[in-house]
Each structure stands twice: as structure tokens, then as C-alpha cells.
Design a protein. Structure first.
Length: 220
């Protein structure tokens, strides 16, 4: 097991906020002087550009469909040798692969033995999140799901109910991001222009205030 802080940001489905949270954490750690090595599950070439823009170094694709598990491990070790923290962004839902969970983010997490942080869109539910989280944790061949970050959280009452979910499920609550439509990547599917640097200061501040980023540095 690596002693370098590392974790994989995953989600139950696409659109849960993986890219927003992964990019925000990368930007926050980089701003604080950490050398952050970003990775992306699968062949995605858009999210890797988001990563590189905030980390100042290439984001590496980890794809167990195109490469063997040994090669994925070699890529992970090689590009993260000099990093202070390694952050992997998952793809789609945690267990979505080309054949059941083959090629999925869960498989990458198992291959690398990296702890998973589950990003959950909580905007339209409260205690039902307990059933969802329990299912992901206890699914056959589940990776190490270390904790949960809730996204699109509403009122203080909503926060309290989600904390109760984590307490009852025995899983660590690692953050709660409030609803904020300005953080949505509106033009994600339209052909993005990376010629101008994106402003990440609002996102970085939001992550620092609402995510237990220091606790995440203890994961390995």
C-alpha cells in the first residue's frame, strides 16, 4: 500500500459532481503548495484537460479495457512518484463498465488498492441515501469506500439528516457542498475552449469551506 495520500472520487451515476469536486480538490491542494498528480478512469480526454489546467501537469488515463492491470499499476506509480497527493477521478457510476463492472472505476480502485470517496447528489432525498450508500458499500467485490461527500445539499435540516445517514451506515462524512448552479460545467458537451484559464477561486473556496480536505490527506 502506498503511503502517499491518495483517493479516487467516484459516484453512483454520471452528473453527481465528480469533476467539480475532483477539480476543486486538485486546485485547492495545488494552491496550498502540494504537488498533485491527477488521473482519470477510462479514455476521457475532456476531464484530463480540466485536471491539467489546475495541477500544472498532465492527467493520466487509467483504463483497464485498453490496458492490463499491471500496466495501469505501472502508469499510476510512474507518474505519481514525485507527487504529494494522487487524485483519481472516476467515470460514470462506480460499477459501470464495458461488461458488468469490468473496466469500471471500481475495478481501477481494486487494481490500485486506492480508497474511494463516493460523491452523492443529495438534492432530492434524505434518509433514502442510507439505502443507496449501503448498497454501494456492500456490493460484491466492492472497493474500499472510505467516505461520502454529499453534493447539492439544501438546508441545515438536510445536512443533519445526511449526517445521520452516515452515522447509521458507519461511513465517514467527508463533506457537504451546498447547491450552487454556478459550479455546473454548462458547456461541457459543446466543445470546450481551454485557451483561456478558468477561474477556480470560487470553487476552491467552496471546497475548503465544505469538504474535510485535511482528512482526505490521511487516506492512502
Amino acid at each position: 500500500m502506498s503511503h502517499t495520500p491518495q483517493f479516487l472520487i467516484a459516484a453512483p451515476t454520471s452528473g453527481s459532481g465528480k469533476t467539480t469536486i475532483a477539480r476543486g480538490l486538485m486546485a485547492l491542494y495545488t494552491a496550498k503548495g502540494y504537488v498533485v498528480q491527477p488521473y482519470k478512469c477510462g479514455p476521457d480526454y475532456i476531464d484530463t484537460k480540466f485536471h491539467a489546467a489546475v495541477c500544472g501537469r498532465p492527467s493520466i488515463n487509467l483504463d483497464t479495457f485498453m490496458a492490463t492491470p499491471d500496466h495501469v499499476r505501472q502508469l499510476y506509480r510512474h507518474y505519481g512518484e514525485d507527487a504529494d497527493v494522487r487524485i483519481v477521478e472516476g467515470m460514470m457510476g462506480l460499477y459501470d463498465g464495458y461488461e458488468r463492472d469490468e473496466g469500471s472505476s471500481a475495478q481501477v480502485a481494486r487494481v490500485l488498492d486506492v480508497p474511494v470517496v463516493l460523491t452523492v447528489d443529495a438534492r432530492s432525498a434524505a434518509y433514502s441515501m442510507a439505502a443507496l450508500i449501503s448498497g454501494f458499500i456492500h456490493f460484491p467485490r466492492a472497493p474500499r469506500i472510505q467516505g461520502v461527500i454529499f453534493n447539492k445539499v439544501g438546508s441545515q435540516r438536510h445536512r443533519d439528516m445526511l449526517r445521520q445517514v452516515c452515522d447509521d451506515m458507519g461511513v465517514e462524512c467527508l463533506g457537504m457542498l451546498p447547491k450552487d448552479d454556478t459550479l455546473t460545467n454548462q458547456s461541457r458537451y459543446l466543445g470546450l475552449d481551454f485557451s483561456q484559464p478558468a477561474t477556480v477561486a470560487p470553487l476552491t473556496s467552496l471546497i475548503q469551506e465544505n469538504v474535510r480536505w485535511e482528512r482526505l490527506l490521511q487516506l492512502s
